[in-house]
Write a protein that binds this ligand. Sequence first.
Ligand code: THU
Length: 130
Amino acid sequence: MSELEDRARAAQHHAYAPYSKFAVGAAVQMSGAIYTGVNVENASYPLCVCAERNAIAAGVAAGARALEAVAVFTDASPPSSPCGACRQVLIELAPHPERVQVTALNGRGERRSWTLAELLPDAFSGRELP
Ligand code: THU
């Protein structure tokens, strides 16, 4: 297991998921450093925030801007991939989505892997904006 994957695994223990019981740990490598996040749920369900978005927020808050790799650790089998909203947030910080490896893992040793460009082809990048 890579360091990035191990950090996602360790983060999962801190997930706050009393409603879904679906604990997610995410780790992102941004500008050479690793940042982690977990899903943080709320009794007002739409306010739940995914692990991937919290990891990105941690990196941005630390001054990082370039997403290089992502690992997501859950108990799902097969390992579950980032939701659509998180794919859009991840790609916002990825200068080269085709080089960003996204790996989903679980405690059974199962893994799935894609590039971010594969997970969100033809993304809305903001270059379309006036
Ligand atoms: N969740 C994530 O943290 N990441 C995803 O990519 C999918 C879903 C969280 C949100 C919510 O807390 C729980 O998993 C169930 O949807």
